[in-house]
Design a protein around this ligand. Structure first.
Ligand code: PLP
Length: 389
């Protein structure tokens, strides 16, 4: 299996071969409805509950009953905000970081219109702990929501500390861990009240994911209604084969972590900063995911770069898949202080676990080739015609 040239892992990942195997096997062996009462369905139910225990252990939350399996991080984030909006006072506020994925941001604005307050950032693009603590104390929101790792820049957030600060103030904390899980060591998520994750970000099938709820939540207000699956908190037949494959994906991604480091990415960036003068790396001053590099290139639109790289067999992004090509500026880049002009020159490379120095240097060579091509007078003229300058 080759995924050579694929540098869009923060958008989605292919299935690991072991996940595919597990998935196909589970489709044949645990296809029964886990709520049915006969013996064969009992096996599906046991596998499902086994996966719940395994996930609770892996996340360090220790209470499997806090896990609600679902279709991914978007559904889970919506459940968090809808539940809190339904049970909070009409003037209740929520605090989110300006870096959140649209599934958190839009759910917050939709459920708490006019009552979403931003968590302050420091100069490196991370949430500022001290300023956030002061604002939490002053504004007393009903939720603090800050992601673990940013999908566009890879910037890591101080989620453990935020969880502790929020807990000290008795303010529930939600962490969108979609980009953290599988890419960083699974850690103690014990201080996180609400946690959301998505299988397709770590080599598992699309349409799989989960929500961790605070202890004692036996009903999610604002959720779809129907069957009593997931202890009455998420109606709809559980996707047992998908859930089992997701757990294999999480384990496999964890096993692969011993082989990854940010070294090849760092060398790639050093090379590009030298060979394409005027390039800038977004978020390079703070801690970042080992697989992500967000560049602001010195000239030409990011779509010109992307299409040429695509012809050369490289798949990169102009930012988050959710905002790419939608014609509106990315709120994350805005929060990172990029001008509209710079936003049009942003390219994100996010590598799979298998990408080593050869892959990264292949991408660097391709970028250098595109730069040379675009800098030729004919390339510039074509670009100007395209932009109708
Ligand atoms: N949160 C983050 C940080 C993401 O990167 C994504 C996907 O791009 C999501 C949430 C949404 O995940 P899903 O596709 O499972 O709904």
């Amino acid at each position: 299996m080759t995924w050579s040239g694929y540098f869009d892992a923060n958008a989605t990942t292919p299935l690991w071969p072991v996940v595919r195997e597990r998935y196909l096997e589970a489709l044949d062996t645990t296809w029964q409805n886990a709520s049915s009462l006969y013996h064969a369905a009992g096996a599906a139910r046991r596998e499902l509950e086994g996966a719940r225990e395994e996930l609770a252990d892996a996340l360090g939350i220790g209470q499997p009953e806090r896990i609600v399996f679902g279709s991914g991080a978007t559904e889970s984030a919506n459940l968090v905000f809808r539940h809190l909006a339904a049970k909070s006072a009409p003037d209740a506020k929520v605090m989110i970081s300006p870096l959140e994925h649209p599934c958190v941001r839009d759910a917050a604005f939709d459920c708490f219109p006019g009552r979403v307050i931003p968590a302050p950032l420091d100069g490196s693009g991370a949430v500022d702990l001290e300023a956030t603590a002061a604002r939490l104390e002053r504004d007393r929101p009903v939720l603090l929501s800050v992601m673990a790792a940013n999908n566009e820049t890879g910037a890591l957030q101080p989620w453990r500390e935020l969880g502790e600060i929020a807990r000290g103030l008795e303010i529930p904390y939600h962490c969108d861990a979609a980009q953290w899980l599988g890419k960083m060591p699974l850690d103690e998520f014990g201080s996180v009240d609400w946690l959301t994750g998505s299988g397709h970000k770590f080599g598992a099938p699309k349409g799989t994911g989960f929500l961790v709820v605070p202890e004692g939540i036996d009903r999610l207000r604002g959720a779809s209604v129907g069957g009593a699956q997931e202890s009455g908190r998420r109606a709809g037949t559980e996707n047992v084969p998908g859930i089992l494959a997701m757990m294999t994906g999480l384990t496999e991604a964890g096993n692969l972590l011993s082989q990854v480091s940010g070294e090849a990415r760092d060398e790639f960036e050093e090379r590009i900063l030298r060979s394409i003068p005027g390039t800038r790396v977004v978020g390079e001053d703070g801690p970042r995911l080992w697989n992500t590099s967000m560049l602001v290139l010195p000239a030409f639109s990011n779509l010109s770069w992307l299409t040429r790289l695509s012809h050369l067999g490289f798949q990169v992004s102009t930012g988050s898949a959710c905002s790419a090509g939608k014609g509106h500026p990315s709120h994350v880049m805005e929060a990172m202080g990029l001008s509209p002009d710079e936003m049009g020159r942003v390219l994100r490379a996010s590598a799979l676990w298998s990408a080593g120095p050869d892959e990264w240097s292949g991408l660097a060579a391709a970028l250098e080739g595109v730069w040379t091509e675009l800098c030729q007078p004919s390339g510039e003229a074509r670009e100007k015609r395209r932009l109708r300058l």
